[in-house]
Design a protein around this ligand. Structure first.
Ligand SMILES: NC(=O)C1=CN([C@@H]2O[C@H](COP(=O)(O)OP(=O)(O)OC[C@H]3O[C@@H](n4cnc5c(N)ncnc54)[C@H](OP(=O)(O)O)[C@@H]3O)[C@@H](O)[C@H]2O)C=CC1
Ligand SMILES: CC(=O)[C@](C)(O)C(=O)O
Length: 329
């Protein structure tokens, strides 16, 4: 796969365009500030009575309603939650998508599953940082960036890829490296990652390890240190040096014990479950389930949030870090 870096990219295709960032949350704030600091003409489209309006104004942005921003912009970059994008698009954006404009996303979900169907004559691109928004901003301010993906679903003007790469450059992503892929690949791999590995898999592993130690009589603080706090340090090591580098840096005891026992934790059954999770993403079962959950007011998500927040890890983490001087007020 081709990786695009700073030296391969320029801002020519975007420097004279007005870019509307719709939404000012995790991604919206980070991407709007980075593009603005890179000299692009950014406007922010929000709902007037929402929490983001004042936040975006305080950050120095030109803020307006979603309709006004969509009408004024050459590029409309939708950075609101996936589950509300189709409704907002159909009611507040679609009518301003005139020929030659560009519609942008940071996740392929609504285009891939067909919840948003843009009109003819409009570019459809993706600029997707592979990182939470806060790190998109932090690394940019530190002079570097996070890696990202770009996609071109439709190129009506002949420069859709240049527009996507220009936005990626202005967001700092090409400092780390940007890969060109497709809406299908980004959607399916992103959903799989957040379900089976990053958010779902890892939190279940942490909770299972934490509960095993606490139920065996060890102090929650000890269990937290071992299964959560140190996990970050090990993952940092993997991020910097790869799996081999991490095994090199930990003790021989950890290396022997870890490699000889890990398949009793993540085993054939877990791998089979991962394959099933991916199949549900690929055949649309997850998307339909998530759509139904939202139509019915998110009863399951609300219940899961309550249970998750009552978990020992939520109360022990911050309190413990403060007790140990690892976290200031
Ligand atoms: N979170 C992440 O780290 C990543 C997210 N993405 C993708 O980026 C996109 C944005 O995600 P993310 O930044 O997490 O989203 P957030 O949940 O952080 O978005 C919050 C923003 O959306 C606005 N908003 C919420 N609901 C509505 C609505 N019904 N009408 C108008 N505005 C609304 C909020 O405005 P208000 O203040 O008025 O409520 C706020 O400005 C998604 O496609 C996501 O998949 C991609 C990579 C990483
Ligand atoms: C940070 C990221 O890309 C995630 C976890 O997939 C998301 O928040 O959507």
């Amino acid at each position: 796969m081709k990786v695009y870096y700073d030296q391969d990219t320029n801002l020519d295709a975007v420097k004279d365009k007005t870019i509307a960032v719709i939404g000012y949350g995790s991604q919206g704030r980070a991407q709007a500030l980075n593009m603005k600091d890179s000299g692009l003409n950014v406007i922010v489209g929000l709902r007037p009575n929402g929490a983001s309006w004042e936040k975006a104004k305080a950050d120095g942005h030109t803020v307006m309603t979603i309709e006004e921003a969509a009408e004024k912009a050459d590029v409309i970059h939708i950075l609101i939650p996936d589950e509300v994008q189709a409704d907002v698009y159909n009611k507040q954006i679609k009518q301003y998508l005139t020929e030659g404009k560009t519609l942008g996303f940071s996740h392929g979900y609504n285009i891939h599953y067909g919840y948003i169907v843009p009109p003819e004559g409009v570019n459809v691109i993706m600029v997707a940082p592979k990182s939470p928004g806060a790190m998109v901003r932090k690394t940019y301010e530190e002079g570097f960036g996070v890696p990202g993906l770009v996609c071109v679903e439709k190129d009506e003007t002949g420069d859709a890829l240049d527009i996507a790469l220009g936005m990626a450059k202005a967001e700092g992503l090409t400092r780390a490296g940007v890969i060109k892929t497709t809406f299908r690949e980004e959607t399916e791999t992103d959903l799989f990652g957040e379900q089976a590995v990053l958010c779902g898999g890892v939190t279940e592993l942490i909770k299972a390890g934490f509960e095993t130690l606490v139920e065996a009589g060890y102090a929650p603080e000890m269990a937290y240190f071992e299964t959560c706090n140190e996990l970050k340090l090990i993952v940092d090591l993997i991020y910097q040096k790869g799996l081999a580098g991490m095994w090199h840096d930990v003790s021989n005891t950890a290396e022997y014990g870890g490699i000889s026992r890990r398949e009793r934790v993540v085993n054939e059954e877990s791998r089979k479950a991962m394959k099933e999770i991916l199949k549900e993403i690929q055949d649309g079962r997850f998307a339909r389930e998530w759509a139904l959950e939202n139509i019915s007011g998110r009863p399951h998500l609300n219940a899961m949030r309550r249970l998750e927040n009552e978990h020992l890890l939520e109360t022990t983490g911050k309190k413990l870090r403060k007790m140990c001087g690892l976290e200031k007020d």
